[in-house]
Design a protein around this ligand. Structure first.
Ligand SMILES: Nc1ncnc2c1ncn2[C@@H]1O[C@H](COP(=O)(O)OP(=O)(O)OP(=O)(O)O)[C@@H](O)[C@H]1O
Ligand SMILES: [Mg+2]
Length: 366
């Protein structure tokens, strides 16, 4: 049985379009599910509905098999009775208290014997790597350490579900990466069920057992990171997870999971078909910058191209190439920038990495 079940959830604020529009998903016990999507897509509203801080317009939310919210049935369990922990973007710690006082606070409210409480606090401080800092005032900590305190405080009473709303976004880049990696280890060690929301795709991949991609209050796809990255359900998911290049054409052949697209002027390429398309359909082909190879002469989908710009980034180089009159980005790993701007060369587009989707009008990449 899943720890969290959300069924056909809707939230309509007094103004604007629905913030959440028919959202359904489950978080199985012990799993980390990450909701990933751009600003305004409804991530925080979803978390707040699960927490009971926001009242949904319709739909049902169940935690550990108990319905905690169902406007249709007149059920609305208050937040404090939902047995969950929350970690927010801002460091929600009490500045006038020490680390230990912050972390023990929720246990006092739960009337847990002092010796037990002390042991639980020690355990959880060890887990988040703050044992040495137990008696420091939290104002004397770094941002990353404060966020560890917030995390410790929300898991010390072992809630059945942990909700995290972009907990790393206030940290500087280096700390963010460290805590991101640590967070997964910590959550997995506790065996906690967690719902984590972010707009950062790298965070989603590292942390999530499953990722749900949201847009405009709707869930577009939910699956393992591998599924989301290698079989994106639609163009938005492909773009949002980094397949930022697009070619436009017409589907002219189809067999099994692959097809042939005419890109105009008789230039044809083989593509992967991840969803049903008809011959003659106008398609957009999404491609990851790291899946395009410059200078390769053999294999399928070899086309002449020109290097028009390059940006050396130390451990990788990003090139802009002109292909069929469109600008594509190509990323090459390595500390050497191998191609000169202005050269006429060839590129190879592996067909497994060319995903064709029905063209439903201009996208942000036109
Ligand atoms: N109290 C409110 N009243 C009216 N509209 C709201 C309210 N809270 C949120 N919204 C709207 O609901 C939509 C979803 O907001 P939400 O905060 O859930 O987005 P988000 O995905 O968390 O974005 P971000 O990544 O910027 O945090 C937005 O269009 C927002 O303007
Ligand atoms: Mg938000």
């Amino acid at each position: 049985m899943a720890t969290l079940e959300v069924a056909d959830l809707r939230k309509q604020f007094s103004i604007g379009r629905p913030a959440i529009d028919g959202l359904s998903f489950a978080v199985p016990a012990g799993e980390i599910v990450v909701l990933l999507g751009p600003s305004g897509c409804g991530k925080t509203t979803t978390l707040r509905c699960v927490a009971g801080l926001e009242h949904p317009t319709s739909g049902e939310i169940s935690i550990a098999g108990h319905v905690v919210s169902s406007p249709e049935r007149g059920i609305l369990v208050p937040p404090r009775l939902r047995d969950l922990g929350m970690v927010f973007q801002s460091y929600a710690v009490w500045p006038h208290m020490t680390v230990r006082q912050n972390v023990i606070y929720p246990l006092k409210h739960r009337k847990i014997a002092r010796a037990d409480a002390g042991r639980k606090v020690d355990e959880v401080l060890e887990l988040v790597g703050l044992s040495e800092y137990a008696d420091r005032p939290v104002v004397a900590l770094s941002g990353g350490q404060m966020q560890r305190v917030a995390l410790a405080r929300s898991i010390v009473y072992r809630p059945q579900l942990l909700l995290l709303d972009e907990p790393l976004s206030n940290l500087d880049a280096k700390l963010r990466l460290r805590l991101r990696d640590d967070l997964r280890v910590i959550l997995k060690q506790t065996g906690m069920t967690a719902l984590y929301v972010t707009h950062d795709q790298a965070e989603a991949v590292v942390l999530g057992d499953r990722i749900g991609v949201m847009r405009d209050g709707k869930l577009l796809q939910i699956g393992s990171p591998d599924e989301i990255y290698n079989r994106p359900a639609d163009l938005f998911v492909a773009n949002f997870t980094g397949a930022t290049n697009e070619l436009i054409g017409t589907l002219v052949e189809r067999s099994g999971g692959f097809g042939v697209v005419d890109f105009g002027d008789g230039r044809r390429g083989e593509v992967a078909l991840l969803h049903a398309l008809n011959l003659g359909d106008k398609v957009r082909v999404a491609l990851r910058p790291e899946n395009i190879a410059i200078g390769k002469q053999d294999g399928v989908n070899i086309f002449p191209a020109r290097v028009v710009d390059r940006r050396y980034q130390g451990t990788q180089t990003v090139y802009d190439i002109d292909l069929f009159g469109r600008r594509l980005e190509v990323l090459e790993l390595g500390t050497a920038a191998r191609h000169q701007v202005g050269v006429e060369t060839s590129v190879s587009l592996p067909r497994e990495g060319c995903w064709a989707y029905r063209d439903t009008g201009p996208s942000s990449y036109d």
